[in-house]
Ligand binder design. Structure first.
Ligand code: FAD
Ligand code: UDP
Length: 389
């Protein structure tokens, strides 16, 4: 078909949302140009080797998990998987704790061995009876009681969000499981694994299988919209930025990542703490809820990737305020920020031939599998509307 357009779809953002929707549209025969202002693929899931040769998640740890067969089957076309039981620890009161809260944590709190039944009884006596928890404070108080809330959640949440847990949706802390058995996995989904060669490599395979997708890195949305005349725009960046912050910037929380690499020699000095030769700390993630520690967590991703290398590296995450022009990592799940977002969403619904998908464009605290699902659904919708060329 002769086209007046230099591309059919122009897609802003080369993260999960942008690349998945591009692959689906291109597989149906449409030409897609994907741009990203960053110099790499994979959005926040970007991983690469650091100076010590350790495969590193550059924008915080990205633990893939899903309950969806469709999403897993789709991504499995571009990657194999390295299964991981994601386990972490919390560090407070000068010691490591089993986390999320489970029977081991209860024993650590009481200093004596217990059964699941005894822990369940203790919880029943200590929980705050709240039938429909309306915020993150209530969701933890109603499941685990004030001791665990104070120990692990209140300080961490205040640092991470600079908001009290009662001013955040219940879903924020509610995503952390509380269990009465000894299952200490951080996540609850049925499938938990990392792409066996990493996220960036997975998207490299997706693009290798998609000759109709052209990617331009280091290109901003404004420039792209001038350069490529398009039939339809798919925008995966921040929605307030798209509309020139006309109702003011939305609230976001940001992070500073502090990276440190260690040689095998240096790691030998940490063996007593890590309990494992070749590692710096005892788990892939240690959370630090205490108010006097400025970071929230330390990640040592080699525990999860299973990479065979004598070196290792860690990343400390320091929460910080977001300012326009910097990366907006977290939309803030709370009633006031949602109300502010809805004004932009209303504008977005009137934009012609434009789709808004992904974590930033829909202002949702979504995981990678959820944005993949959103991108697959949007591709289906667009193929119903435009058919095939
Ligand atoms: P992004 O990955 O943000 O990609 C959007 C891309 O658009 C970016 O690369 C950006 O540079 C580009 N862009 C934006 N605006 C413009 C513009 N104007 N012009 C050009 N390019 C633009 N999910 C999990 O499932 N498991 C986890 O363990 C997990 N951990 C996380 C830890 C952290 C610290 C963070 C911040 C997120 C985490 N997530 C996790 C969420 C995960 O990062 C997102 O679900 C996923 O990356 C969203 O993909 P996306 O394509 O919607 O957005
Ligand atoms: N959280 C907490 N203490 C912890 C871990 C998590 O209070 O030790 C709360 C905190 O508010 C956090 C939320 O639970 O933002 C979700 O935690 P998760 O580790 O899933 O956050 P993410 O990986 O998305 O940053």
């Amino acid at each position: 078909m002769q086209s007046d357009f230099s591309t059919d779809f122009l897609i802003i953002g080369a993260g999960f949302s942008g690349l998945v929707v591009a692959e689906r549209l291109a597989a149906a025969g449409w030409k897609c140009v994907v741009v990203d202002r960053r110099p790499h693929l994979a959005g926040n899931a970007f991983d690469s080797q650091d100076e010590a040769g350790v495969l590193t998640h550059r924008y915080g740890p990205h633990y893939f998990r899903t309950n969806s067969r469709r999403i897993l089957d789709y991504l499995s076309r571009f990657t194999g998987w390295h299964e991981v039981a994601y386990t972490i620890k919390s560090f407070t009161r000068g010691r490591y704790w089993s986390f999320p809260v489970n029977l081991n944590t209860f024993e650590e709190l009481t200093g004596k061995s217990s059964t699941s039944e005894e822990f369940a009884e203790w919880l029943a006596a200590n929980r705050v009876p709240i039938s429909s928890p309306a915020n993150s404070e209530e969701v933890i108080l109603s499941q685990a009681g004030p001791d665990f809330y104070k120990l692990f959640f209140e300080g961490y949440t205040l640092k991470q969000w600079k908001r009290h847990p009662r001013d955040l949706d219940a879903s924020v802390c509610g995503r952390i499981p509380i269990r009465t058995n000894r299952d200490d996995r951080y996540l609850t989904e049925s499938f938990q694994a990392l792409p066996d060669k990493g996220y960036t490599a997975m998207f490299g395979s997706l693009l290798a299988a998609s000759p109709r997708v052209e990617v331009h890195l280091g290109v901003d949305s404004e420039e792209a919209r001038r350069r490529w005349k398009h039939r339809h725009l798919i925008y995966t960046g921040a929605i307030d930025e798209y509309f020139g912050y006309q109702f003011g910037p939305l609230p976001y929380r940001s992070l500073r990542f502090e990276h440190e690499a260690f040689s095998a020699g240096k790691l030998r000095e940490r063996e007593e703490i890590s309990g494992k030769p070749g590692f710096w700390q005892p788990a892939m993630q240690v959370n630090y809820p205490d108010a006097d520690v400025p970071f929230t967590r330390i990640i040592e991703i080699k525990h999860a990737t299973g990479q065979k290398t004598p070196a290792s590296s860690i990343i400390r995450e320091y929460p910080k305020d977001w300012t326009p022009g910097t990366d907006p990592y977290y939309p803030v799940p709370a009633p006031d920020s949602r109300a502010a977002y809805l004004r932009y969403a209303e504008l977005a619904s009137t934009e012609k031939n434009t789709s808004f998908i992904g974590r930033l464009a829909t202002y949702r605290y979504y995981n990678m599998d959820q944005v993949t699902g959103m991108a697959l659904a949007e591709a289906d919708r667009l193929l119903t509307r435009y058919g095939t060329p």
